[in-house]
Design a protein around this ligand. Structure first.
Ligand SMILES: Nc1ncnc2c1ncn2[C@@H]1O[C@H](COP(=O)(O)OP(=O)(O)OP(=O)(O)O)[C@@H](O)[C@H]1O
Length: 684
């Protein structure tokens, strides 16, 4: 790698010497650029060396990937290998036929008459050349078709595997960095085919080399090796002057304060900020601030870093590279000048043709190896995500409540818990103990951050306690099969949201086995008070409130007014109020609760956006569905629920500070009474 005068080495602060990764740093305009510089200054074929080294160290991974690819469609796999083999010999073969044709024509012309045998040879050569081209066209057409179909099939299967792996992750594992690795299954196919392409180019190169030496014959032998060497020169120089930013591994960071402020001010034009910007009459202020940062930026070269990089280079490398590309032809021309009698026009043409093909082979191989590292990284990430193991171990014991059971009984014994990776010093829960009898209606109250929602997460086994035990019907919760526990639980929390599906499916999915049961769906919507909301939509239950992106406008379509209007009509997402959304989401929980199987219901503050009437109705309907179920509510509003509760848990700072009924806790005059009185005072 060339050491640029402007570059300075940056070593990130990492503890061990071994882990140090040097970068070249450069400032361009508002950007700070860090360029990976793994092999420092010695001369090399960086990409080739890198690529082959990486390939060998990833053989197990590649073998696994090819096996997967093969198992998806063995026939397509072998057909693809066969077409690659054909492509490997196609170039040398057509080169051979072309040159044979040229030689025969030359001989024919130089002898001034056409011999019978020569004529026959010429015919065969023409037929061979034409057949080769025709067959090549056929293989190309077939291989494109096979490859497209195979790619779609592989993409689909790999997407499915990734989806399955992601859906199977538990909450804790899904929050891990590892689960968020960037991976695109579509690139997996490209990576595997890229390696086949590379193999094809290597075979093709070796055969071409052999052929070239053979075709040139003994009288012109010395020109061959030198011409081939000259083909390498541009490749070597390209690596030395590898000065295209796109071919480097880099990270760019905007470090100019004014630029960042300009970006922030521009962001404020987004529709999400519109109401506040208008309401605050911020137009004048924002324009003035924008002008200020704009003035401050006027002396700094603007544009993206890639453009700035290009502008900072000179034309000399480009000129020199072009001359080097012409090296083989110039060399042969020189030979012809020095010794015209020895060099024939046909030989010149052959050499020119052969060296052009060789150069093409080199640059194609280089192109593959430039992009291959990122494709390989993607492949690696893909399998890392597939191989992720859930941190939470599933239990073996099935959970099947007895007939006529009045709900789950729960016991929390001396439980402490901290969220994985939490930055807080304080445990989210500390030495919490309580027990809930089957069929009880329990309300958890307490200040923000006191641990109410966390308790629900442990009772539904979203997380396991750091210490202590949670018992369900007398057995440790970890002993049960998680899927069984989930199948008897219904939940409604603030985190519940509307899926990008029809309203009917949004509700029906609460009980997947009844997803098409329209009567049940309307009943659930009625219980949640969502029926009137749904009736207002033209498409009723078929409405999709937040659809996935449906339309794409091509780049050249921009500016075409008629097309743009059509495009805008195609994108329709509908906004609903916060309260309407909560009613729709609650319908899904009611749908679930319509099933007799549900024995445990948790409700976490689902009514923040509901009007008082809506809130009262929601809690009433939930309470009325309590028969045969244990119910736990988390709420900040005491009125509708706490008076009906069999048990109230009052929390503070991660512990349960009081337990009892509404009246008992009021008499106790502690934390609960304090919270209750604060609310009650508002109405007196
Ligand atoms: N995913 C998380 N990662 C790290 N810490 C968390 C996480 N969720 C909650 N906490 C922390 O755990 C503590 C208890 O949070 P929890 O959500 O249980 O409180 P809460 O009583 O339900 O609060 P609120 O009334 O505001 O909903 C808080 O200190 C909170 O910051």
């Amino acid at each position: 790698m060339l050491n640029f005068a402007w570059a300075r080495r940056v070593v990130p602060r990492i503890d061990t010497q071994k882990e140090r990764t040097p970068f070249l740093e450069r400032r361009l305009g508002v950007w700070r650029l860090l360029i990976a510089d793994d092999e420092s200054s010695s001369f090399r074929f960086p990409n080739f060396q890198w690529g082959l080294g990486r390939i060998s160290s990833h053989i197990p991974l590649l073998t696994r990937a090819y096996k997967d690819m093969y198992s998806i469609s063995p026939t397509s796999f072998w057909l693809m290998i066969a077409t690659h083999l054909w492509y490997a010999i196609e170039d040398p073969l057509s080169l051979y036929f072309s040159n044979r044709l040229l030689l025969l024509i030359q001989r024919s012309v130089s002898q001034g008459k056409i011999h019978t045998s020569l004529d026959k040879d010429l015919c065969i050569a023409i037929i061979a050349r034409v057949s080769c081209s025709a067959f090549s066209g056929f293989v190309q057409w077939t291989s494109n078709n096979i490859k497209d179909q195979y790619r779609m099939l592989v993409d689909y299967r790999l997407q499915e595997r990734l989806l399955r792996a992601n859906l199977a992750l538990d909450l804790e594992t899904s929050q891990d960095n590892e689960a968020h690795l960037t991976t695109d299954p579509e690139q997996v196919f490209r990576c595997l085919v890229g390696l086949l392409d590379l193999g094809k180019e290597i075979i093709s190169f070796l055969i071409q080399l052999r052929l070239l030496l053979h075709l040139l014959g003994s009288e012109f032998a010395s020109a061959g090796p030198v011409s081939i060497m000259l083909c390498f020169v541009p490749l070597i120089l390209e690596n030395i002057w590898d000065n295209d930013l796109w071919s480097k591994a880099y990270v760019k960071q905007a470090v100019n304060g004014e630029y960042l402020r300009k970006e922030a001010l521009t962001l404020l034009t987004d529709p999400g900020y519109k109401a506040e910007v208008m309401g605050g009459n911020l137009l004048g202020y924002l324009l003035k601030e924008y002008q200020k940062v704009h003035d401050a930026l006027s002396h700094i070269p603007s544009g993206d870093v890639e453009t700035l990089w290009r502008r900072s280079t000179t034309a000399l490398p480009d000129i020199f590279m072009n001359l080097c590309n012409d090296g083989p032809v110039l060399y042969i021309g020189l030979l012809a000048l020095m010794n015209p009698s020895q060099v024939s026009v046909v030989q010149l043409a052959m050499l020119e043709q052969a060296t052009t093909r060789l150069r093409y082979t080199f640059s194609f191989a280089r192109h593959i190896l430039t992009f291959w590292p990122s494709e390989l990284a993607n492949l690696k990430n893909f399998y890392r995500v597939l191989d992720l193991e859930n941190k939470m171990k599933d239990g073996c014991m099935p959970y099947s409540p007895a007939d006529g059971a009045s709900g789950l009984s729960l016991e929390v014994r001396d439980v402490s818990f901290n969220y994985p990776g939490a930055k807080s010093e304080r445990d989210a829960l500390k030495n919490v103990s309580f027990s809930i009898k089957a069929g009880q209606l329990v309300v958890i109250v307490g200040a923000n951050g006191s641990g109410k929602s966390t308790i629900l997460k442990l009772l539904t086994r979203c997380y396991d306690a750091t210490s202590g035990t949670v018992l369900v019907d007398g057995n440790p919760i970890e002993d049960y099969q998680i899927a069984d526990l989930r199948s008897v639980t219904a939940s409604l929390t603030q985190e519940h949201t509307i899926f990008p599906l029809s309203l009917s499916e949004n509700i029906g999915i609460g009980s997947p086995s009844s997803v098409t049961d329209h009567d049940k769906i309307t009943q659930a919507a009625k219980l949640a008070g969502a029926q009137d909301v749904i009736k207002n939509f033209t498409d009723g239950y078929d409405t999709i409130l937040e659809p996935v992106k449906t339309a794409y406008l091509s780049y050249t379509g921009r500016g075409n007014e008629a097309l743009e209007k059509e495009y805008e009509k195609m994108e329709k997402s509908t906004n609903v109020s916060g309260g309407e959304k909560q009613r729709l989401v609650a319908s899904r929980t009611f749908m679930r609760m319509l099933s007799e199987d549900i024995k445990f219901v948790i409700v976490d503050e689902p009514s923040s956006a509901l009007d008082p009437g809506g809130e009262y109705e929601l809690f009433k309907q939930l309470r009325e569905a309590r028969k045969g179920r244990t119910m736990i509510f988390v709420t900040h509003r005491f009125g509708h629920l706490t008076k009906f509760a069999d048990l109230i848990l009052c929390m503070k700072g991660g512990t349960v500070v009081e337990t009892g009924t509404h009246q008992e806790l009021l008499n106790h005059q502690g934390e609960y009474a304090h919270l209750y009185n604060v609310q009650a005072q508002a109405f007196t």
